[in-house]
Design a protein around this ligand. Structure first.
Ligand code: SF4
Ligand code: SF4
Length: 99
């Protein structure tokens, strides 16, 4: 069995520029739109923590909205909103596009 090379024998690598999805407005992918009920929201920020697209907008430690340019409509925010609160409802996107 051949011996594995140590780190000194490895070829040096390159540094690549980090990727970003900021330029791709993934909101066009959405089929369901999260709608927040301001009356119910307790600003726990669970939705902000879990949103995979960083689409939850927070200001002064309060959830103030959803950036629909990036929200893909996955529904995670609605699932992680506390069961006794249920401040986010997923609504068929066609209801908004047909208006
Ligand atoms: S539906 Fe998904 S992408 Fe859109 S705000 Fe909720 S968690 Fe984020
Ligand atoms: S998870 Fe629900 S209650 Fe918590 S900040 Fe988001 S919308 Fe408001």
């Amino acid at each position: 069995m051949s011996k594995k090379p140590g780190w000194k024998e490895l070829a040096s690598g390159d540094l690549l520029e980090a990727g970003t999805a900021k330029e791709f407005e993934t909101g066009d992918w959405r089929t369901l739109r999260p709608i927040k009920d301001d009356e119910k929201c307790i600003n726990c920020l669970n939705c902000w923590i879990w949103c995979p697209d960083s689409a939850i907008i927070v200001k002064d430690e309060k959830m103030i909205g959803i950036d629909y340019r990036y929200c893909k409509g996955c529904g995670i925010c609605a699932r992680v909103c506390p069961p006794k609160v249920q401040a986010i409802k997923m609504v068929d996107e066609r209801e908004f596009r047909e208006k």
